[in-house]
Design a binder for this molecule. Sequence first.
Ligand code: NAD
Length: 288
Amino acid sequence: MEDLIKRAAQDLANSTYAVALTGAGISTESGIPDFRGPDGVWTKNPEAERKAYRSYDDFVKDPKGWWEEVLSRAPSSTGAWWQSEPNAGHYALVELEKMGILKSVLTQNVDGLHEKAGSKNVYEYHGSMLKLRCVSCTSRFSRDEFDFEELRRHAQLPPRCPNCGGVIKSDGVAFGEPIPQDVARGSLEETGKCDLMLICGTSAVVYPFAELPRIASQRRIEAERVTQTGLHAVEKTPTVTIIEVNAEPTPLTQEGTSDYIIQGKTGEILPRIVDEVRKISSSTGPAL
Ligand code: NAD
């Protein structure tokens, strides 16, 4: 473990454009359960997973009815998300960004904890439960910009976008819902630019997000070389170092998409990686 932490720190220090990909696992230490880990919401309650798959169909068929149902839910069902605080894993990524090593965080999480921790360049691939979004122009709004009681009383649900008149829904992307174009494009661009991907707390089975590490692993430099027989061949060298920090091996580990996995808790491992990066930078000179 110690060796792998040092290796990750060295890889990060050597990188020129590192990005982090995060999933529900980075927030479990903030008290928000993941879906598919051993204590995950869906591991314990498979019916909840089936219901989640129906939600976007319901919205498309009847946005007004969808909003009425959402507003009728007890506030306690979303309470835990609002009260959660970032943990040491989120703050470690903020530190790496401040050092100029980490260029962006691409997250599947909808809890807003990366922004709350202070990460500046965050792509919320599946949106945020703390925001609303116009499904037409992707403008984002905070929930308190709309008076839902008033809208309900005057039969004005679903809320409409003040910029383009499109239908507003919660920013959180439901199963079957297209990924908002701005974050889909931005995440793909970051994947195309990076030379290191630090993947934290995701089972990497939800697509299209799970495609991003696979796209990165396919990025190779092709160089022609002369073989011993004097004939020419093309050699392909991977250009992106892919590191996983996860409680358990994932399909990325098993299929060899990641170069290595550091198995354990993100809240413990990421701060140790940051400490090692600091040691490297103090021994090599440049102020990180
Ligand atoms: P997942 O539940 O499928 O997988 C989480 C992974 O993280 C598992 O492999 C688990 O073993 C690991 N893990 C759990 N705690 C960890 C820890 N402390 N340190 C390291 N690893 C840990 O999550 P996913 O891959 O993100 O996919 C779930 C989908 O559900 C995502 O699309 C996400 O939008 C959504 N979701 C979000 C939240 C959130 O915003 N916090 C919570 C639950 C689900």
